[in-house]
Write a protein that binds this ligand. Structure first.
Ligand code: PEP
Ligand code: MG
Length: 583
């Protein structure tokens, strides 16, 4: 096949080279991981056992059919038993486990998908319909397998010699994306998605090259095709010529060398050339992310997206983590940060982060019942989370961050709930930090335009540029059709950013930026020149931002940024930012 190139939106940097693995919608709930050589036979047994168990189940159902059951029912069960006995169904997946080292669920589903696709090609409508039988048999076996799921491989499993794989999917939810951490994949390509969709953010936090918004990747890329992802340029090269592959391997090694060099900055304090101290903090999704954050030299967690503890949980939207479960997670983060502050954001679900995938979505989810609006509508759930966070504050410094505030009454209600949670803990004789700082995300333009309301009542601010840009420019951050209009350098965005930073400085309360712009080295000097002193980003971005800070001189930058902020001309702004970087 001839090589071809697809263009999309770059969301996570670096080069990935590997074989394509097409992730179909049905496959998203199934665990995907590679198993090491010595565990192959155990995995084969697991699948064989599951097939045998379903077989026994079918025989039992057949035997116990009531005498008056319609005859089609017996025939239907017989068809399923026949399918299950067919070597193409029953033995091919065993070969996939042995040859490709897929886990049992993945191997099974790969074969079921393959067979279903073959049935789609059949002209005879009756036979084509049999595809549903194959799917149903597939589901039954999967159900058995999930009950016996083996644990994920540890990093010590010798998997290096296996081929690297790249996920190609129409779309991946943020919770599903999170499942891929430490698994088999080295890159992601999706048809849908924007630069700052939560799926893109999670891909970035996994530090794996990714390109989204490709529109047709799923239909043009085939299983096992060789694929190169250029995460910086936002391109995907399918079936590259050997010379191209060679060039990219060279770039990849160069990037690895540069990264190693950056590693030397881990312990260097982030101070500008003129001696100004900058605080570099980490954005995390799960408590385990604290270790890479400390490793990268973060002086604290600037944003713990607590919703990832709530999303994608088995048992539907009402299976929320209990107070104790949450407390353990927050405490774990605090302990892992060893005395550095942890800013925990209360639940921000809704929009592109539904609690449950099957939940009915609102008409305009980004404008709907999201974040603090959701929490205020679910007081028991909110109080449970507040108590859990407060209890963890007895083990180390925690800041409480509230997302999506826009109205004065929302601030009042939130503070009342915090007081109530504190009282409940006092009554229960549980310890907490009574002076826990409470801050607001500034991510709705209305909030950025009414800052005195926030400064008067709260202890700190954190600017969520991902949403601030979305709501200021009316660009859905998830929609790839409008991704080209999502521009952090729009003068309206710069105005809201710079005035918020200035207002915080004037009032003497800390202001951080925790949106994706904080980790973008192209914007580091612009933010420094606006007066920003706290940047919160994925641990993987921290050292490059630090390098930029070490090379920056505020005395030079500030007058240039002042000029940039005076213009409304986008070309002049882009030019000014370019010159700022080169200065
Ligand atoms: C933001 O909006 O910038 C932010 C940090 O929050 P999230 O991306 O989770 O909406
Ligand atoms: Mg936000």
């Amino acid at each position: 096949m001839a090589s071809f190139t697809l263009h999309g939106i770059p969301v996570s940097r670096g080069i990935a080279i590997g074989r394509a693995h097409l992730l179909r919608p049905a496959a998203r709930d199934v665990k995907h991981y590679l198993i090491s050589e010595e565990k192959v036979e155990a995995e084969v047994v697991r699948l064989t056992d599951a097939i045998a168990a379903v077989n026994r189940e079918l025989q039992a159902v057949r035997r116990d059919l009531p005498a008056d059951a319609p005859s089609e029912l017996a025939a239907f069960i017989d068809v399923h038993a026949l399918i299950l006995a067919d070597p193409i169904v029953a033995t091919e997946p065993l070969k996939i486990i042995r040859n490709r080292h897929y886990n049992a669920e993945w191997a099974w589903l790969t074969q079921i998908d393959e067979l279903s696709a073959q049935f789609d090609e059949i002209e005879d409508a009756y036979l084509r319909e049999r595809k549903n039988d194959i799917r149903q048999v597939g589901e039954r076996v999967l159900k058995f397998l999930t009950g016996t799921a083996s644990t994920f491989p540890t990093s010590s499993d010798p998997l290096e010699e296996l081929p690297q794989m790249i996920v190609v999917a129409h779309d991946i939810s943020p919770a599903d994306m999170l499942q891929f951490r430490d698994r088999a994949f080295v890159g992601f390509v999706t048809d849908l998605g924007g630069q700052n969709s939560h799926t893109a953010i999670v891909a970035r936090s996994l530090d794996i090259p990714a390109v989204v918004g490709m529109s047709t990747a799923c239909s043009l890329i085939c299983e096992d095709d060789w694929v190169i992802i250029d995460g910086d340029a936002g391109i995907v090269i399918v079936d590259p010529a050997p010379v191209v592959l060679e060039q990219y391997r060279e770039v990849q090694s160069q990037l690895i060398r540069e990264r190693k060099k950056l590693g030397k900055l881990k312990k260097t304090p982030a101070v500008t050339k003129d001696g100004t101290r900058i605080h570099l903090l980490a954005n995390i999704e799960l408590p385990e992310d604290c270790s890479p954050a400390v490793e990268a030299g973060a002086v604290g967690v600037g944003l713990f997206r607590s919703e990832f503890l709530f999303m994608g949980r088995a048992g539907g939207p009402h299976r929320l983590p209990s107070e104790d479960e949450q407390f353990e997670s927050y405490r774990k983060a605090v302990v892992l940060m060893k005395g550095r502050p942890v800013t925990i954001r209360t639940l921000d679900v809704g929009a592109d982060k539904p609690l449950d995938k099957d939940e009915e979505t609102a008409l305009n989810p980004a404008l709907g019942l999201r974040a603090i609006r959701y929490c205020l509508a679910e007081p028991q759930m909110f109080l449970t989370q507040l108590r859990a966070i407060l209890r963890a504050s007895a083990y180390g410094p925690i800041n409480l961050l509230i997302p999506m505030l826009a109205h004065a009454f929302e601030i009042d209600q939130t503070l009342l709930f915090i007081d109530q949670a504190k009282q409940q803990l006092r009554d229960a004789k549980k310890k907490f930090d009574p002076n826990i700082p409470v801050g607001a995300m500034i991510e709705i333009p209305a909030a950025a335009l009414t800052l005195p309301l926030f400064i008067k009542r709260l202890n700190f601010l954190s600017i969520g540029t991902n949403d601030l840009i979305q709501y200021t420019l009316a660009i859905d951050r998830v929609d790839h059709e409008v991704a080209h209009l999502y521009n952090p350098l729009h003068p309206a965005v710069l105005y809201l950013l710079s005035t918020t930073i200035a207002a915080g400085a004037k009032a003497g309360i800390p202001v951080a930026v925790c949106g994706e712009v904080a980790g973008d080295t192209k914007l580091t000097r612009l933010l420094l020149g606006m007066g920003l002193r706290e940047f919160s980003m994925h641990p993987a971005q921290l050292l490059s931002v630090k390098q930029e800070i070490l090379n920056s001189d505020l005395d030079q930058i500030e007058p240039q940024v002042k000029k940039i902020l005076k213009t409304f001309d986008s070309a002049a702004i882009a030019d000014g930012v370019e010159r700022l970087r080169a200065s």
